[in-house]
Ligand binder design. Structure first.
Ligand code: HEM
Length: 243
């Protein structure tokens, strides 16, 4: 028998804590101790509440890291690989939005018991969301750069999309990233309204209604202004061909 056959494939070989390499590599002991244990919970639903928030932070960490890396690749003119990363980032925002649904499973009355232990804790201090504007601005600048190198304006890219397929796909992914932030904000707002009502003041003093106003914010406004510009361009072209 050779050495490989002798090897016990169930025995951990990695350094660290945990009975198996799975637990050691993923550090599941630490991860699963990051939620309050049953004896410290003020309400049974605290596990649900912490799970949604903590997993949102993880997906946002991944999503914003990918956008940042996509920006770095655009700075080196690596458009195709930036596209792949943007696709992942968009999926991260989809997951973060979908899991908001779980919060509707808490009753508003029961949520109040959890709310009292949040201190001044507020989503405004979410590390994941706080990273979103900076990485979005960086990738938007990277996009401007590749467009400039291709000698194209944004309307030209959209009116001749098939001739610049890769750049068009990139522009649409940036639009989708921005759209997903918008959709998340809307969904978060309705969940907050359902849990707290629209008249309430948040844990950091922000009226819930202000969250409604934030829905109108766009991270990359030029991608949205472009749509209106295309309407004008199309109308002008129609008038020209009718004349
Ligand atoms: C029942 C669940 C939730 C309630 C009642 C709630 C409530 C609120 C309230 C009242 C605010 C306004 C700021 C303040 O606290 O004064 C806020 C903001 C915010 N919350 Fe939540 N939230 C919930 C779930 C979540 C989740 C799961 C996340 C994900 C990380 C999140 C992220 C944020 C962010 C990023 C903001 C800043 C607003 C923005 O940029 O649009 N919230 N939330």
């Amino acid at each position: 028998m050779n050495d490989a056959a002798d090897e016990d494939l169930h025995a951990p070989v990695l350094p660290g804590h945990g009975a198996s390499d799975y637990e050691r590599y993923l550090r599941t002991d630490e991860l699963l101790s990051l939620q309050r244990p049953p004896e410290e919970r003020v309400h049974h639903d605290e596990l649900l509440f912490q799970t949604v928030h903590q997993s949102s932070e993880l997906w946002l960490k991944l999503g914003t890291t990918e956008v940042d890396e996509a920006a770095a690749r655009l700075e080196r003119d690596e458009v195709a690989s930036a596209i792949r990363l943007m696709r992942r980032a968009v999926l991260c925002l989809q997951y973060v939005t979908t899991q908001l649904e779980m919060l509707n499973q808490m009753s508003p009355w029961e949520y109040h018991q959890i709310r009292v232990v949040l201190g001044h804790g507020s989503g405004f201090d979410s590390p994941g969301f706080r990273r979103v504007p900076a990485v979005t601005q960086r990738v938007s600048r990277g996009f401007d750069r590749v467009l400039e190198r291709a000698g194209l304006s944004l309307p030209q890219l959209y009116t001749h999309g098939r001739e610049h397929e890769e750049l068009y796909q990139l522009a649409e992914l940036l639009t989708e990233w921005d759209e997903r932030i918008w959709v998340w904000r809307f969904r978060h707002y309705t969940i907050v309204a359902r849990a707290l009502g629209e008249e309430t003041i948040g844990t950091q003093g922000t009226p819930v209604q202000v969250l409604g106003k934030l829905i109108a914010q766009r991270q990359i406004p030029k991608l949205w202004d472009l749509r209106s510009r295309l309407v004008e361009l199309f109308d002008a072209e129609q008038r020209g061909s009718a004349a």
